[in-house]
Design a protein around this ligand. Sequence first.
Ligand SMILES: [Zn+2]
Length: 281
Amino acid sequence: MVGGRAGAGDRGGSKSEVCEALDRNVGAMTVRHNRCAFCFADSEEFPLLTAEHLLSRPVASSFGIDRTATFARFDEDDSQIRWTTVNGVKRKCVCAACNNGWMNALEHDMGRVANWVDAGSAELRTGELDVLAAWSVKTHLLLCHIEGRAGEFGDSDEAVVPPASAARAVYERRFSDLDGLVLGLAANSSDTDFAYEFGTPGRVSFGDQLRGGRTCPVSIVSVGRLQIWILTPLPLDPEVRVADGVRAAAAGLRFEDLTAMPAIGNRASISINYRADWPLG
Ligand SMILES: [Zn+2]
């Protein structure tokens, strides 16, 4: 059984506000429709983008997930339910070289993380944490495109801010640059073996002013018995609060020490307070 849910939350915040914040903080690496979301290849006139599956065959296999199972995607705002299969959740936003190269290797490397989950009492090694962080960023970026319209960022007030600098760090294997990533872990306690929730935090503020949630896309992904929480706030010294029990991903962590949580995470429990000066003064 699998399930997913996507919700808009309190988006808002003007386009220019978010664009300028990005310009000043992450170099405005806006991801365009026809660019690879990871390496930004756009040298060809019509670059060939390939479809990347949210859940790949190797990861489904190592975590024991049936990719052909029917999958319900809930849209919070209009209460529509779209039926599809896990295999059908994909997006054309990755170039063939990335898809067939390092991303394919990463999907296979996730088997090491599955082994850590299965072992229960084993400590998470640094190399496994790097794989887990890279896969989480990859999956989060895909969800930003599939559910958060990240490909339209700059053109649409609805689009979330794509985590472009984290994606680039994964592509260049600069894992130490992912240290600031908000990556949390829990144990998926339900029978649902694949589920995701995507959206924005329950609260995003700058001091006592509420700000647009789309500056901090959130993905909560249950893959087998592991639940991954990943948030990518703007680098404005964010103070981050997530649900009680979610542990920060770190080397040395044991799977058996993670807190059991429902398959669908509670995005509303997340709050972000940006403490740095807001770029627009
Ligand atoms: Zn690429």
